[in-house]
Design a protein around this ligand. Structure first.
Ligand SMILES: [Fe+2]
Length: 149
């Protein structure tokens, strides 16, 4: 199975977040290589730990960005993040009893790619279409229609 890589169609339009996504694919690729080489549980556990630490940092950054731009779906999006971290923790638990196999990898690859395409690109589009806040500040302050200030 080829490692899933980041590609330009996955860009959310924010370099820092795109770089974090690339890094996530890299860690998943590392896990995949470790499975392919039949690495021991201890090493797999460490890579999963790295994946969890990395996703938590990345998700926090992404959620902060969504709040900053006023993205209305931020809470639902954050739930998807929590669910993934729980799922990876469950993999880690399973790893104590059995070998992690390709289906786990397929899930991670699939999840990441689909989460980016279905959910992350949504806030990317939202950010691209929102009025430029800098431009809005230049506009003269007017009272909303029908209200008196
Ligand atoms: Fe996300």
């Amino acid at each position: 199975m080829d490692a899933v890589k980041w590609s330009a169609d996955l860009s959310v339009g924010v370099d820092a977040i795109d770089n974090q996504h690339k890094q996530l694919f890299a860690v998943i690729g590392e896990l995949q290589a470790a499975i392919a080489k039949g690495r021991g549980q201890k090493q797999m556990h460490l890579i999963l730990e790295k994946l969890i630490a990395y996703t938590e940092t990345h998700f926090a950054a992404e959620e902060a960005y969504m709040r900053e731009i006023g993205f209305p779906e931020v809470d639902n999006h954050a739930i998807e993040h929590v669910q993934l971290v729980l799922k990876v923790r469950r993999f880690q638990d399973r790893l104590r009893r059995e070998r992690i196999t390709m289906p786990v990898m397929q899930f991670l690859n699939y999840w990441l790619k689909n989460h980016i395409m279905a959910s992350d690109l949504e806030y990317g589009r939202f950010a691209a279409n929102r009025p430029d806040p800098a431009a809005a500040q230049d506009e003269p302050l007017t009272s909303p229609a029908g209200s008196s200030l």
